[in-house]
Design a protein around this ligand. Structure first.
Ligand SMILES: C[S@@+](CC[C@H](N)C(=O)[O-])C[C@H]1O[C@@H](n2cnc3c(N)ncnc32)[C@H](O)[C@@H]1O
Length: 350
């Protein structure tokens, strides 16, 4: 490769890694104001900063909606496999499940879920090596995290850039090398393509060229017996607000290559359905906002003055959450396919 191109790509990657700092500072701002309850976030922020009400409400909705998908996925019940032996994990109790967080950054969802008693067989987190190295240090040195992992065999690996525990793995790698590098790493840590698995991409695939993010979606749809994919990212790049949003990001050297390939709710659904996924749906943040209960709306309205209603609606129409699920025709092991579809439908309907 041209060394100049290499430098350019490394420079762009540095900026992309930095987007996590912004996300976690905004999340802490929402926690400190009472929008979110998360005792883990503060450990990742050196210099807290209060964000404006618009950003706080956005962080709250984004986190809450992905939390809800994860919680519903874990709670969505059991599916028996036709060939399961009596007493096996598929005939008694909960079906084993996995979660894979793509581009996890400093996200704390594993810790929040486990604190609530919501566990999965394995929770995998993946990010660039520099990002996982920072995260691994914070987790390993802090009792608040190691108590939740609760595994005396918790180990640091690959020069301190990865963490391995019984139900939690933090793995380093570039998602653009998903099939060649990430999948073998997952497999080496006990990832099981036959288990129902939730893939999360919270403001991540949008930073990756569509040919690379499409490869991830295709690999999951083709190789997993049963999968649910939930993503959160920007849309509508071409109206006046969208163009301004891209200009502002570009001023910070941030590009969103994915937004042009998937610019609308319809195209977000089609990125899955055109690849054979069984069902897909995308909604914008206005829709999420109006689905809050009256009680919750009252609660958050009392947290700080919020009078930028028009700006909010504009901003909220430029962010979406999209989800899709797929169950292979020939799931391995021989799950009851209809039951599995029911489980995933439950996970997305709440
Ligand atoms: C905006 S942050 C979001 C972090 C986290 N998902 C959250 O919502 O709090 C984007 C994350 O994606 C990661 N990321 C982007 N492109 C990546 C790639 N090609 N390989 C691995 N990680 C990537 C970045 O390093 C960063 O941590």
């Amino acid at each position: 490769m041209d060394p100049h191109m290499d430098d350019q790509r490394m420079g762009r990657d540095e900026v992309i890694k930095g987007t996590d700092d912004d996300a976690i500072i905004s999340k802490l701002s929402a926690v400190n104001l009472g929008y979110l309850d998360d005792p883990f976030v503060k450990h990742f922020v050196k210099r807290p900063s209060r964000r404006p009400p618009l950003i706080n409400r956005g962080s709250y909705l984004r986190t809450r909606s992905l939390d809800t998908f994860a919680e519903n996925f874990i709670r969505s019940g059991s599916v028996h496999s036709d060939g399961a032996k009596p007493g096996s994990s598929q005939t008694s109790g909960q079906t084993k499940k996995q979660i894979v967080s793509l581009g996890c950054g400093s996200d704390t969802r594993y810790f929040k879920l486990k604190t609530k008693g919501l566990t999965v067989h394995k929770y995998f987190e993946i990010d660039f090596q520099e990002s996982t190295a920072k995260k691994a240090v914070v987790i390993k040195k802090n009792k608040a995290f190691t108590d939740v992992i609760a595994d005396p065999d918790l180990k640091l690996g690959l020069g301190g850039t990865e963490l391995y525990a019984k139900d939690y793995c933090l793995l380093s790698g570039d998602l653009r090398e998903f099939t060649e590098v990430i999948v073998p790493k997952l497999m080496a840590q006990g990832f099981d393509t036959s288990l129902p698995t939730l893939f999360l991409s919270e403001c991540v695939l949008i930073y990756i060229q569509p040919r690379d993010s499409d490869r991830i979606v295709e690999w999951v749809g083709t190789n997993m017996s049963a999968s649910l994919f939930v993503l959160y990212e920007q849309i509508n790049p071409t109206d006046a607000f969208g163009a301004m949003m891209l200009r502002n990001l570009r001023a910070r050297r941030i590009e969103l290559p994915g937004i042009h390939a998937y610019p609308s709710l319809k195209s977000q659904e089609e990125r899955f359905t055109s690849r054979g996924w069984l069902a897909a749906k995308a909604i914008d943040m206005n829709n999420l906002h109006s689905s809050l209960t009256e009680g919750e709306m009252k609660r958050i309205s009392g947290l700080e003055i919020f009078d930028e209603v028009e700006e909010w609606q504009m901003l909220a129409s430029h962010y979406c959450v999209a989800w899709a699920y797929h169950v292979r025709e020939d799931p391995r092991p021989a799950w009851d396919r209809q039951q599995m579809i029911k489980l995933l439908t439950l996970a997305v309907s709440g």
